[in-house]
Write a protein that binds this ligand. Structure first.
Ligand code: APR
Ligand code: PHB
Length: 389
């Protein structure tokens, strides 16, 4: 089989790239290890920056998002007794949209299928070959038989545990990593959200986040030990922990109910440089991970897809390689800024096991500065709604 761009991984990065390229007349094949049902069973974050909302529109897949997504013009930061309302609209004239990543992925699958996009599920043993030549190809096994996909370019959109990043020689690759000494226990519950805006709350017993999917579906998180497991948490224990961490006025009106999903995610910051090797380009979680505190994971994947699709469109329209040659540097510049914001928010709002009295005072001073300084709030808002592409 031959295609112009072989895309490894059918998560949001791979699907959005495939859809944007298809609309510019560029042929792709998406190779996904799992089934569609498995991919759509994963519960992930749900905050879309204005730039990703625009990309969904450009990709022609925004109908349901525009009908069901909820625009948020601000957020609440709570730290002990301090509450700060950050008004995104006032500071940036932009909002974010609440729309689950699972729904966004479902819309992209439907669009690719409606356009007879070539999606191959259940592929094993994917290997990237000759990426540093002008004739790259990918081999894979499906139902016990081997296949070969020849292409002009390969997009590695196969997430943190994929093969693409590992295919860049160790002598070329530099990896930067920070592991945080806690995780997030997340639950989904069929209850109305406690507040119309998201609440990021830091208390003396740890961090909590109140988020939502829609008027009847809430998503909540509490900071937990890395060694913890969801089975240790009854629904009641979860609600009690949440109530102790959020402002009293919200705890008092929190509607609780059965938790329909409970899982623990570790927190990590990770960046791989460069994001290109020959004709292989890394996109999304394959190249970088952020802790979820700033909701930047999906959004940073989307900015990679933006730069890469533009570069590939330029190449297929004019034969020019300037934009794809600049891909890694351009994508990484924005990635590092999203890493910084996610690390900063994580450091500001969590209790660290080794935090001493000085560190604690620094958090308090930082929060007081954010509370009292409109410029600091503007900087927060600018980062949260998403830096320009
Ligand atoms: N071959 C084929 N597919 C693979 C392979 C492989 N060797 N390894 C992984 N995959 C698939 C996974 O099954 C998954 O569906 O690649 C896909 C990668 O998807 P994600 O992990 O969701 O990564 P990405 O598409 O970059 O999405 C951006 O940012 O912070 C996150 O939650 C956010 O998942 C979101 C991500
Ligand atoms: C979510 O809704 O799951 C969510 C929202 C904001 C975050 C992280 C996760 O920062």
């Amino acid at each position: 089989m031959r295609t112009q761009v072989a895309i490894i991984g059918g998560g949001p990065s791979g699907l959005l790239l495939s859809q944007l390229l298809h609309r510019q007349g560029i042929d792709t094949v998406v190779l996904e290890r799992k089934t569609k049902e498995y991919v759509l069973g994963r519960i992930r974050a749900g905050v879309l920056e204005a730039g990703l909302v625009d990309q969904m529109r450009t990709a022609g897949v925004s109908e349901r998002m525009d009908a069901e997504g909820i625009l948020h013009r601000g957020t609440v930061i709570s730290y002990g007794d301090t509450q700060i309302n950050i008004d995104f609209q006032a500071h940036t004239s932009k909002s974010v949209m609440i729309y689950g990543q699972t729904e966004l992925t479902r819309d992209l699958y439907e669009a690719r299928e409606a356009m007879s996009g070539n999606l191959v599920f259940g592929v094993n043993k994917v290997e990237i070959k000759d990426a540093d030549t002008t004739a790259p190809h990918v081999t894979y096994e499906i139902n016990g038989s081997m296949h070969r996909l020849d292409c002009d370019y390969i997009a590695g959109c196969d997430g943190f545990h994929g093969v693409s990043r590992q295919s860049i020689p160790k002598t070329v690759r530099h990896e930067y990593e920070k592991i945080y000494p806690f995780g997030w226990l997340g639950v989904l519950s069929e209850t109305p959200p406690v507040h119309h805006e998201l609440i990021y709350a830091s208390s003396d017993v740890g961090f909590a986040l109140c988020s939502m999917r829609n008027a009847q579906l809430s998503r909540y998180y509490v900071q937990c030990d890395l060694s913890d497991s969801p089975e240790n948490w009854s629904d009641n224990a979860f609600w009690d922990a949440l109530k102790r961490r959020i402002p009293e006025e919200h705890a008092d009106v929190l509607i609780t109910g059965p938790c329909i999903e409970k899982s623990i995610a570790p927190l990590r910051s990770f960046v791989c440089e460069p994001m290109q090797w020959g004709r292989l380009f890394l996109c999304g979680d394959a190249a970088h991970i952020v802790p979820p505190t700033g909701a930047k994971g999906l959004n940073t994947a989307a900015s990679d897809v933006h730069y890469l699709s533009q570069g590939l469109v330029q190449f297929y329209q004019s034969g020019e390689t300037a934009a794809i040659d600049a891909y890694s540097a351009k994508a990484l510049e924005r990635v590092w800024k999203a890493e910084r914001f996610s690390w900063w928010m994580t450091s500001l709002l969590h209790r660290f096991p080794d935090q001493n009295a000085f560190d604690f005072r620094m958090q308090q001073a930082e929060v007081a500065f954010l509370r009292d300084n409109p410029n600091a709030q503007a900087v927060f808002a600018e980062n949260y709604v998403g830096l320009p592409y």
